[in-house]
Design a protein around this ligand. Structure first.
Ligand code: N01
Length: 545
């Protein structure tokens, strides 16, 4: 199996479709489009395939969707043959699975690694895209599929002085492929999102001293990860088809969680506490948020769940002041990604771990010795940035994308991004986005969302081929209406109350738009299916020039 590495192209290579990114989305898009007889080239920036799971190899990195669900459903042989060792897979197991899929379906021959896409330009007359890489390669195809991911542009905040820091520094999403030894060192971790919360217990066990720089406390639940027994896996596999069918009918694309029937105040306080305790003991964020049907729409209902978790934090963390600092007060539970951890709050009982509140005493600069807040210098040997991503739009805007008439995507989205169905953005014919903003994407099982999008795109390309159509583009009015709908659905929930990356709040100056579609993958799938069944209203097709 060969992996094609970037070669300087003497003349542009021509294909039927270019796919940007070789993560879960890019690989499945390649599989489907190649299966339709298309000549496809996948361009991947990394030295290996896997996308998110290639880059985020920090200690403790683990999926928060159960392994048997967070996997492709398109091949029953694949899902029957593959064995997941753990309930929630660590990064290495998922990466091994992705590599297995690439080999099993002979995908590597169409994937070009170390090929970072820097521009994509549509030629109106020729009705095709020219996609260019940093190394100077040029690739031409009528179809361009952006499978570049929602959480793939890591962000290091612009603290002054980082270049003068005399120790080592890391970002969770750009982790070295060799194990990093923190033994005996003074380590600072900035950020307490999903990445930080997974990483911190791992580093605490190694470091001489660990300072955790927290700006905003986050809710986290115990994962209760465990080995997946052969018996449990076999029993799931015997009914895999039904599980997948059930998952397709759920808002999150995940089976095994019957929707709640009750409102939080249907139960008296002691019964509610019993329900939350049972969910806390089960593990899994969907299970917890499915305790009652109004947790994400009614602030008072939500407060009962939020306070339950705060009370758990107080019961775990011995120092009351630290427990209070770790207790989220600024957003309702579930309105930011609800983290899953393995021993996170417990870490703060260790003698070698200190919680630093950088909300009341912000980081002022990085000095050669460490991190200096406005009031204190924290001497450090290593700094780890667990500071997240320019989410959902970052990877797309990192590419200089030019659509019909030379329209720049950066210009179009300067006041805020918009798409129709999260699949296309008006003015960019034949450019499909997999799990783009305006689709359920990060609010669902990503693998389910990816399969649904790729299948829709493949069907759409089949429709175009059968009807002799050269291009498809989203209509501006339809796109505007879709954006309004996405926003209205979000406004009916508590999600907009959080300063989350869902609204771009983590990036200074980023237009504040609620990006995921939170009506649920099941409802969204029905909308997409109807659009296809009605021959794609809201899109305009053109014939070959
Ligand atoms: O990033 P984040 P992440 N000074 O943006 C802090 C997925 N994921 O990489 O909240 C000080 O959530 C920031 O503070 P604040 C998952 O969808 C999944 O952890 O902005 N602090 C925050 O604490 C997740 O949601 C898995 O005040 C600063 C942190 O950095 C998404 O990826 C695992 C700062 C960033 O948290 C992103 O998670 C990992 C500053 N200047 C990730 N700037 C699983 O499947 C930022 N921060 C389990």
């Amino acid at each position: 199996m060969t992996q094609l590495n970037e070669k300087p192209a003497t003349k542009p290579d021509q294909f039927d479709a270019i796919i940007v990114g070789a993560g879960f989305a890019g690989l499945y898009a390649l599989y489907r489009l190649r299966g339709m007889g298309l000549r496809v080239r996948v361009l991947e920036a990394g030295q290996g395939i896997g996308g998110t799971w290639f880059w985020n190899r920090y200690p403790g990195a683990r999926c928060d969707v159960e392994s048997l669900e967070y996997s492709y459903s398109f091949s029953d042989e694949l899902q029957q043959d593959w064995d997941w060792p753990e309930r929630f897979s660590p990064q290495a197991d998922i990466l091994a699975y992705i590599n297995h899929v690439a080999d099993r379906f002979d995908l590597r021959r169409d994937i070009q690694l170390e090929s970072r896409v820097v521009s994509a330009t549509f030629d109106d007359a020729a009705q095709r895209w020219t996609v260019a890489t940093a190394a100077g390669g040029e690739f031409i195809a009528p179809i361009c599929v952006m499978a570049s991911g929602n959480l793939s542009l890591p962000r290091v905040p612009s603290f002054p002085g980082l270049e003068r820091f005399e120790g080592r520094w890391f970002h969770t999403a750009l982790w070295p492929d060799q194990a990093v030894d923190f033994g005996g060192r003074r380590v600072g971790v900035i950020g307490t999102g999903s990445s930080g919360i997974q990483l911190i217990p791992e580093i605490a066990g190694q470091a001489g001293h660990l300072d955790v720089f927290q700006r905003t406390a986050n809710f986290s639940l115990p994962a209760h990860n465990r080995p997946l027994t052969r018996e449990a896996a076999d029993s799931h596999k015997r009914r895999y088809t039904e599980w997948r069918e059930e998952a397709r009918r759920t808002p999150f694309g995940i089976a095994g969680h019957p929707p709640p029937q009750k409102y939080a105040f249907d139960d008296p306080p002691e019964e509610r506490a019993r329900v939350y305790t049972s969910k806390w003991g089960t593990g899994g964020n969907i299970s917890f948020l499915y305790a009652y049907k109004d947790l994400l729409v009614d602030p008072e209902a939500n407060e009962t769940a939020s306070e339950y978790v705060r009370q758990r934090i107080r019961s775990i963390v011995r120092d009351p002041a630290t427990a209070e600092l770790l207790s989220p007060r600024d957003h309702p539970i579930g309105t930011k990604r609800l983290c899953l951890d393995s021993g996170y709050y417990e870490v703060f009982n260790r003698d070698n771990v200190r919680l630093v509140d950088v909300r009341s005493d912000p980081i002022a600069e990085i000095t050669p010795e460490g991190i200096r807040t406005e009031r204190t210098l924290y001497p450090l040997d290593d700094i780890v940035f667990a500071t997240g991503f320019d989410a959902m739009t970052g990877a797309l805007l990192d590419i200089d994308v030019r659509g019909a008439g030379g329209l720049s995507l950066r210009d179009k989205w300067a006041e805020g991004p918009n798409t129709y169905l999260g699949l296309m953005t008006a003015g960019f014919p034949n450019m499909f986005i997999i799990t783009g903003l305006g689709s359920p994407s990060v609010k669902a099982n990503m693998v389910s969302a990816i399969e649904q999008h790729v299948d829709w795109i493949a069907d759409c390309l089949g429709f175009m081929a059968r009807n002799g159509l050269a291009t498809i583009a989203a209509d501006r009015d339809t796109e505007r209406n879709w954006g309004r709908h996405v926003n209205e659905v979000a406004e009916a929930t508590l999600y907009p109350l959080a300063n989350s990356w869902y609204v771009g709040a983590n990036i200074p100056g980023k237009p504040r738009v609620f990006m995921p579609y939170v009506a649920g993958l099941d409802k969204y799938r029905a909308i997409c299916d109807q659009v296809a069944a009605d021959d794609y209203p809201g899109f305009t097709f053109e014939r070959h020039n």
